[in-house]
Design a protein around this ligand. Sequence first.
Ligand code: HEC
Length: 220
Amino acid sequence: MKYFFLSFLFVAAIVVSAAGFRGSKSELPPIEILPDMDHQAKIKFQTSSEFFADGLGARRPVKGTVPMGYEVPQAPAAENPRPPKFGFTNGTSYYHTGKVGDYYGDGLPPEVEVTTELIQRGAERYAINCAICHGASGNGKGMTSRYGILNAFNFHQAGSTDPTNQAAYRPDGAIYDVIVNGKGLMGGYSANITVQDRWAIVAYIRSLQTAVKEGQVTVQ
Ligand code: HEC
């Protein structure tokens, strides 16, 4: 019986210590067993700071900063309507949407001049944004495929340069649209890539396909 009372008291003490005082309020700071990164020398948003001469905690963008994914508008906002859908484009033309009416267009829009610089720019942007999944050569076997995570589109699969092959061919406007809005497992990249750069990537993918087709580049 003695042991029963002792163990009863013991269990009661544990229950009270674990659950008993929950919900009660205290003026004392909470006991921090693992403070992690709770206390840091940082500035919270919308607060002032004596560190900067203007007394503001938040910094203004550096002069001349351009938000990523936007073209600097050439025309006033009223003349430059946004498409009804979201997306970091500021126009409804083929150049901005990749679409002619309800259909994807093929060919580069007149706003895009095909130059060596454009292709080089596209190559650079492709390497930064797309190669991780689609592979440096565009065969869909980028770094991510080594880990079995994604099965990205192969730009060199059979029929990929034949416009009548719906399964493998993608019109220029369709590639542009996938860069903006993503598709299936792929997310959109409109926030990272400007309108002009998206077309540069499209142009680069086309030159990659031509190079592979003509045997200048081999795809493993
Ligand atoms: C995080 C990995 C990833 C990145 C980065 C990526 N893609 Fe993709 N992409 C995919 C996957 C996965 C698919 C297949 C989507 C599906 O069918 O579900 C795909 C599909 C596509 C398609 C074919 C869509 C269709 O019509 O079937 C195109 C075109 C494409 N990507 C272009 C690009 C371009 C251009 C870039 C760079 C701006 C890019 N992707 C970056 C993963 C990626």
